[in-house]
Ligand binder design. Structure first.
Ligand code: NZQ
Ligand code: ZN
Length: 388
């Protein structure tokens, strides 16, 4: 562990199939008006909405509805949410849904009392909030993003063809999150596997960097093994509680800052995926799976020791009598086979990318420098073309 760091996590979690009952205790800490944030209606179909409303009413709360948060929430929806919160003087923003609802709630929370334009301030200029922040609580219905225990908020601006994430500090993280694995049972399989790949890739983004012997990397390997094992069980039996609970818990730990401790981090698959998302509005996890193999094949020679370790420790590749490159390639092949088994998108053309978009997607890709290779713009284009 050669890096310097501080560690604190500001979110209180309630986990398990009776976790919703703790909502009552949490609600005591906030004022009367609760802005109930949810998506396109899945919580009405699976009954979670009724359960949450019942508790809110029992606690004497005034409920203000803020429905229709779309996957990859837009800047226009953000402005709508800010207005709802201002008009009703919301005391708590309660997000019931996946990462999109939770990310959106955080973006609203830092904007309600801010005079400046939220998109410009937080997503273009990356400034930190200086206004009073409205607290956020989360009831998670999809495992993947880790938004339930981090400060991340990703907003899409389709007019500007940009999808940008801002990682806010402790004060913006959900005050509490309720994680009931059974709430994820009703997810369509495509969303379930997209979330699983999102989890796996969050771990990769923090694993493929550095050369020191680092405890964070050992934790990352354990998390990867757990999610691989549980993914295959959940794929065959989506109502296997043990597997779904492991997936949900792994998602949280994959991106709540723990495994980044003491490390530089890569995040280039996410930068490529977000740029693809800005052009296609495709499902987040699928944008990641579609660019991953081309990207990892490209950077493998620069971080060969780690790709070899990934092959041996995560995928159980036998390294005897093989070159480091052969072992590393076998590891990526094993990852590819797993991805195909889950039915993930393996190229960006199936997500709607056409040749004429490549230059624009490259321009929308932020190039970061924490991984094994700082890409040039030409390399970004090469990776994107190899992902077609
Ligand atoms: O809109 P509803 O009806 O809720 O349906 C959603 C949506 O269509 C559905 N769904 C969620 N839970 C369900 C369910 N359907 C049936 N039963 C359930 N229990 O699933 C669809 C996708 O939901 P969404 O919230 O969009 O998915 P996800 O959790 O993957 O969130 C994606 C967003 O998070 C951002 C992504 O970029 C994207 O905008 N990310 C946030 C991060 C963070 N905060 O740190 C990091 C990630 O890398 C990611 O960038
Ligand atoms: Zn992600």
């Amino acid at each position: 562990m050669l890096g310097n760091f501080s560690y604190k996590n500001a979110t209180k979690l309630y986990f398990g199939d009776d976790s919703l009952k703790f909502l009552k205790d949490e609600l005591k800490n906030y004022g009367k008006t609760v802005q109930l944030i949810y998506g396109g209606g899945s919580i009405k179909k699976n009954g979670i909405y009724d359960q949450v409303i019942k508790i809110l009413k029992e606690c004497g709360k005034k409920v203000v509805e803020d429905a229709g948060v779309m996957p990859n929430p837009t800047v226009e929806k953000l402005y709508e949410g800010i207005k709802i919160a201002r008009d009703n003087k919301a005391d708590l923003l309660l997000a019931v849904g996946g990462g999109s609802c939770c990310d959106y709630a955080k973006a609203v929370s830092v904007s309600v009392n801010e005079k400046d334009d939220a998109w410009q301030k937080y997503f273009v200029r990356f400034e930190e909030p200086t206004c009073k922040i409205i607290p956020v609580g989360c009831i998670l219905t999809m495992a993947g993003t880790g938004s339930e225990m981090n400060g991340g908020s990703v907003i899409s601006n389709h007019n500007e063809k940009l999808k940008i994430g801002h990682v806010f500090g402790d004060e913006v993280m959900p005050k509490f999150s309720i994680l009931n694995p059974k709430f994820t049972y009703s997810l369509p399989k495509r969303q379930m596997v997209a979330g699983i790949y999102d989890i796996f890739n969050h771990i990769c983004e923090q694993y493929f960097s550095g050369t020191d012997d680092n405890t964070s990397d050992y934790i990352a390997e354990a998390l990867m093994k757990s999610v691989i094992k549980s993914s295959l069980i959940a794929f065959d039996n989506p109502e296997d509680y043990e597997a779904r609970s492991n997936i949900m818990w792994t998602a949280t730990w994959a991106l709540n800052t723990l495994i980044a401790c003491g490390k530089e981090t890569d995040w280039m698959v996410h930068m490529l995926g977000q740029a693809v998302g800005a052009y296609t509005d495709a499902t987040h996890g699928m944008t990641l799976s579609a660019v991953s193999l081309a990207y990892y094949k490209h950077i493998m020679p620069y971080g060969l020791h780690k790709f070899k370790r990934f092959a041996v420790e995560v995928w159980g590749v036998n390294a005897d009598n093989k070159t480091d490159m052969e072992v590393a390639e076998e590891g990526l092949k094993a990852m590819e086979n797993w991805m195909k088994k889950l039915g993930l998108s393996m190229n960006i053309s199936e997500l709607g990318v056409t040749d004429d978009m490549i230059e624009g997607i490259a321009d929308a890709t932020f190039i970061l420098n924490g991984g094994y290779k700082v890409l040039t713009r030409d390399e970004v284009i090469k990776v994107l073309k190899a992902s077609m």
